[in-house]
Design a protein around this ligand. Structure first.
Ligand code: ZN
Length: 210
């Protein structure tokens, strides 16, 4: 039986996007989507600080506008940031001009050449257009931290068993995902650091990846 794998399909149709980092070394790239969120993002920063681990935060413009102080802490802690649109819209269901305008508004709050489309839903024409200005960064591994049917143990186990060198892993610094994410994150860091992996941030300079 052939299973339809949306991830593999997407990768096939969007080969120009970043899906993992080309590396032979034991490097992992942790990313957080949908922040910054008061009460959650600061806890993530504390955990990352404790493990001396850099990461990448794909923020929405509206959240940065609401909590600029937390966004500044992300930057001053040395992490990478990326544009995740202003209002977290789905490219597939949005007129191109509206989508680009939303990304442009977000760019006033988020100085970065990295972009990640919310839900991964971006039309090829939108990816082509935005790809002129941004490195469009997808992912290799979703932790499913946001899914109510996934327990924190399952979320952790998924990352521990599926991450491999060069993986770009997605967590969310959102309210919905926080219970699973805050449980899994330190354990993921602990496990892979003990195995000799290095955690890296995705470079914000759009020339220097892949
Ligand atoms: Zn998102």
């Amino acid at each position: 039986m052939v299973l339809w794998n949306p991830y593999r399909m997407m990768k096939y149709f969007y080969p120009g996007l970043v899906w993992d980092m080309a590396t032979g070394d034991r490097m992992l790239y942790i990313t957080f989507d949908d922040g910054p969120v008061n009460g959650i993002t600061p806890k993530v920063l504390e955990i990352l600080e404790e493990y001396k681990t850099p990461a990448t935060f794909f923020c929405t413009g509206r959240n940065v506008e609401r909590d600029p102080g937390i966004f500044n802490s992300i930057i001053s802690s040395g992490h990478s940031v990326g544009n995740h649109t202003y209002s977290h819209i789905k490219g597939w269901y949005t007129r191109n001009s509206d989508y680009y305008a939303d990304v442009e508004v977000a760019s006033r709050f988020i100085p970065s050449a990295l972009f990640r489309p919310p839900y991964g839903l971006i039309k090829p024409v939108q990816a082509g257009y935005l790809g002129q200005f941004y490195k469009i960064c997808m992912w290799s591994l979703l932790s499913y931290d946001f899914r109510p049917d996934v327990t924190r143990e399952k979320c952790l186990d998924r990352v521990l068993t599926k991450a491999k060198p060069g993986s770009i892993i997605v967590f969310h610094d959102s309210i919905k995902a926080s219970a699973n994410m805050l449980y899994a994150l330190p354990r993921v860091l602990d496990y892979f650091l003990q195995k000799g992996f290095t955690f890296c941030k995705i470079p914000m300079n759009n020339q220097s990846i892949n």
